[in-house]
Design a protein around this ligand. Structure first.
Ligand SMILES: [Zn+2]
Length: 377
């Protein structure tokens, strides 16, 4: 661990409304207002922004050797792309969750939290049928896992789509919601192809629950069939459900997103849903996903807020200093530029947009270490 001084950047901290030129100093791994000591590691952030360490709320990093065909390592999409913290969205369930620390926390520098899948095997191939039968749903096992892993389990995940829960979908969501109530954590709900119907599953969500893949382009999503936001989604938003992007391989449509925004719908969190199947194309990086949202009309502070204070608050890790730059508490920061230059952006439907600028992370600080970007963005 080194003391780190980030010099010459513009601090962009949406939680406190800060956007000002100022140096940022980490002493013994924690953000400090003290005078920097002699001989600290100096990072040049001239013409760059210094933000709270980016938090990617939806990824798949449970890199167990049984699952390497679908997962990526946390550092590949985390610190090596300028992202300080990633959240695994249900890659493990009650019978695999105990292998998480040795396969993730003990080998990766990126900070990792996780949702546990209500389907007991988790997602063996990010796929089929893992929560499609009563005997695969482990209410007891999921609830007890929170006793053993309270410091990094942040909620319960259910994939309410035909390919994951089959015809059993609505029951799977109910059991997952029950588990979330018992441990007093949010439920993260994946929406996809029916069954179950999105109308029915949205009605089960409570304030603070998270819907992910919200603006996918499949028939029967939040826009119904005639490009009108459906009432159950409007009501869920009104109740205080958190709206997450969850780009993925097939779950973000420029058209659906823009249409929903025009009708006053929100976006609270920008997440990538990165895994082996979309890290080379479609999602590629959290930064690329941020650039897409930026190009569709969000301001830079609005974009940064959706990868910092908003996701951190949604899963309660703001209390550990994630998502803001609070002296004495924050242990992470992401450094990035907004660069001029023509880029082509592709959504998960293969639709292409041009942008004249893009968000380019330079590196991040995690627990007294600086990591420079080393992977394609
Ligand atoms: Zn996912």
């Amino acid at each position: 661990m080194a003391d780190i001084l980030i010099k010459g950047g513009t601090v962009l901290d949406p939680a406190s409304g800060t956007e000002t030129e100022r140096d940022v100093y980490f002493e013994d791994g924690v953000l400090s207002e003290a005078e920097p000591r002699e001989g600290v590691l100096v990072i040049d952030a001239t013409n760059a922004f210094v933000a709270p360490g980016f938090v990617d709320l939806h990824t798949h990093v449970f890199n167990h050797s049984m699952f390497t065909n679908s997962r990526v390592s946390a550092d590949r999409i985390g610190v090596r792309q300028g992202v300080a913290c990633v959240v695994d969205a249900g890659s493990s369930g009650a019978i695999t969750i105990d292998a998480f620390p040795e396969n993730v926390h003990q080998t990766q520098a990126t900070q990792v939290f996780a949702f546990i899948n209500i389907g007991s095997p988790g997602l063996p191939h990010l796929g089929v049928g893992h929560a499609s039968r009563p005997d695969l749903l482990d209410l007891d096992g999921v609830v007890k896992a929170f006793d053993r892993h309270a410091d990094w389990l942040v909620g319960v995940k259910v994939l309410a789509s035909q390919s994951h829960t089959g015809a059993f979908g609505l029951e799977a969501v109910k059991i997952a919601r029950k588990a979330a109530s018992l441990v007093n954590k949010p439920l993260m709900l994946h929406v996809g192809n029916a069954p179950p119907l999105i109308d029915d599953v949205l009605d089960l969500l409570r304030p603070g629950d998270i819907v992910t893949h919200t603006y996918h382009g499949k028939i029967g999503g939040v826009l119904g069939y005639r490009d009108e936001v459906i009432a159950p989604f409007k009501e869920a938003v009104k109740r205080g459900v958190v709206v997450d992007l969850g780009h993925g391989r097939s779950s973000f449509s420029f058209r659906v997103f823009e249409t929903a925004m025009e009708q006053g719908m929100p976006l609270h969190c920008i997440s990538s849903d990165l895994h082996q199947g979309n890290v080379d194309r479609y999602a590629v990086s959290l930064a690329r996903t941020m650039t897409k949202v930026r190009s569709l009309g969000f301001s830079l502070p609005e974009v940064v807020s959706r990868v910092s204070n908003l996701p951190a608050a949604a899963i309660g890790i703001d209390q550990y200093g994630f998502g803001s730059l609070v002296p004495g508490l924050a242990t992470t920061a992401s450094i990035f530029r907004e660069r001029e230059g023509e880029v082509e952006l592709e959504d998960a439907e293969g639709s292409i947009r041009q942008s004249r600028s893009f968000i380019e992370p330079i590196g991040c600080v995690v627990n007294g270490e600086f990591f420079s970007v080393q992977e394609p963005l």
